[in-house]
Design a protein around this ligand. Structure first.
Ligand code: TRP
Length: 458
């Protein structure tokens, strides 16, 4: 059944909601602030912005257009483009297609574990479990949650079931309906929280922290972290954007959409900084960072702020909504591929989801029962990482940038110039030339430098 036609988005705006929903997630609100804090603030933010503009937007345009030109999931998409453009080294590009398909599943395996934490915190906040909690208390309670595999598995299973439920309904009945509710809700909550936080917290100090660059803090590793974070945040290097592109109709401008997604995603990441740092600084807890930043620090702060409980509930609800609009795009591509192979959506969603659940459970157990297991204990840079960290590291920091590198080479060097000019529908103008230059030279050179540096680190 090679010729299965997928449903299309109802409009460009709905596509934007869905694509921004995929991009905006735990990566923006949970990961970005602590990665910024760990990598020295302003310099990292500047680097991040540079990477989004010079590498992120061109790659977004690339992935969306590969999806739309073929209307298929990555493996079939690459196969078709290899044929149409007479590209050599077919097995390499088939492998790239597989890598594109598997990365989102790898991400999903640890992502829905964390998404489960957010739901657990929503209920905790609603029940008032954190009222009057101290810093030690909050750390203990985060630790206790991680130590309790039953709680973890319960909440991650709920998250995954919601995801499967939405994806199993298809594009118009499932994904579109979900993002039409979740994205406006996310926007309203976010604006309320930023205002709340900058009025009650240390706004100016946060501006200084996020935008005063200390370039001595930039090393090869920082660049790799920034690239990894930017690609992760834009949902690049994974099948998600290609798949969402496959549902786009021809009348919509891909360059415009790519800029819209990048702008919205980056704004949310920066706003997340302005939501979190002002209250963190106001409470002198600037040293707390790492994955626990929002889970250990914010509950303490919310308890002694006016209407803290309400805003606490809203904050974790925001995280949960942002997470679910991302998990659906992580599950969707494999389900769509199975559809192309002739399988029905509903059973596919459950079967793929079931596989992800199993690995996700191992990730969750690596936070408690299996916490001392070091799969790659022999590798210096990875010797402290548990199973979940390793899954995250390889999916987000290795394979995502690697896919970005190869897709740039593919589209820049293998695919005909005229094919892409047609696809972007804007002629051989300056925007096209800039895009072409970036994907042909800048993306590969930066990515190879990043990998070279990372490899030396081992
Ligand atoms: N962009 C998502 C976030 O910031 C995470 C993510 C990475 C993702 N790759 C993806 C989501 C692919 C969907 C598809 O949280």
């Amino acid at each position: 059944m090679e010729n299965v036609k997928h449903e299309k988005w109802s409009s460009g705006f709905i596509f934007l909601l869905a694509a921004v929903g995929s991009a905006v997630g735990l990566g923006n609100i949970w990961r970005f602030p602590y990665v910024v804090a760990e990598n020295g603030g302003g310099a990292f933010v500047l680097l991040y912005l540079g990477i989004v503009i010079l590498l992120g937007i061109p790659l977004l345009m690339t992935e969306l257009s590969i999806g739309r030109m073929t209307g298929k999931a990555p493996i079939n998409a690459f196969d078709q483009m290899v044929k149409e453009n007479d590209v050599k080294a077919k097995p390499l590009w088939t492998a790239l297609g597989w890598s594109y398909m598997l990365v989102p599943l790898g991400i999903l395996c640890f992502y829905f574990v964390v998404a489960g934490w957010t739901l657990n915190y929503v209920t905790g906040m609603v029940m008032g479990d954190f009222n009057g909690i101290t810093a030690e208390g909050a750390q203990e309670s985060f630790g206790a949650m991680l130590g309790n595999w039953k709680t973890l598995i319960f909440w991650m299973t709920i998250t995954l079931l919601i995801t499967i439920g939405i994806v199993s309904q298809g594009i118009k009945e499932g994904l579109e309906k979900a993002v039409k509710i979740l994205m406006p809700a996310l926007f309203v909550i976010m604006v309320a929280l930023v205002i709340y936080s900058s009025v009650t917290g240390e706004f100016l100090e946060s501006v200084k922290f996020m935008f005063t660059p200390d370039f001595s803090k930039i090393t090869g590793k920082t660049i790799m972290m920034a690239a990894g974070q930017a690609f992760f945040s834009l949902s690049l290097g994974s099948a998600a954007m290609m798949m969402y592109g496959a549902y786009l109709t021809k009348d919509i401008s891909i360059p415009k959409m790519a800029c819209g997604v990048a702008l919205a995603d980056t704004s949310v990441a920066i706003l997340a900084g302005f939501m979190i740092f002002p209250i963190v600084f106001a409470h002198g807890m600037a040293n707390a960072s790492g994955p626990g930043l929002v889970f250990e620090v914010l509950p303490v702060i919310f308890t002694d702020m006016p209407m803290g409980q309400l805003f606490g509930v809203l904050f974790f609800l925001l995280l949960a909504f942002a997470a679910v609009t991302s998990t659906i795009s992580l599950l969707e591509p494999m389900v769509a591929l199975l559809e192309e192979k002739g399988y029905k959506r509903l059973p596919s969603a459950f079967i793929v989801g079931g596989g992800v659940w199993l690995i996700g459970v191992i990730c969750a157990l690596s936070l408690n029962v299996l916490q001392d297991v070091r799969l790659l204990g022999g590798v210096e840079a990875l010797k402290d990482k548990n199973i979940m960290d390793i899954v995250e590291y390889f999916a987000a920091n290795v394979f995502v940038p690697l896919n970005g590198l190869f897709v740039a080479i593919f589209i820049g060097w293998m695919v005909k110039r005229s094919t892409m000019i047609d696809e972007f529908n804007m002629g051989d103008n300056i925007v096209f030339k800039a895009w072409k230059f970036l994907v042909c030279y800048i993306v590969p050179i930066v990515m190879i430098a990043v990998f070279y540096d990372a490899a030396i680190g081992f």
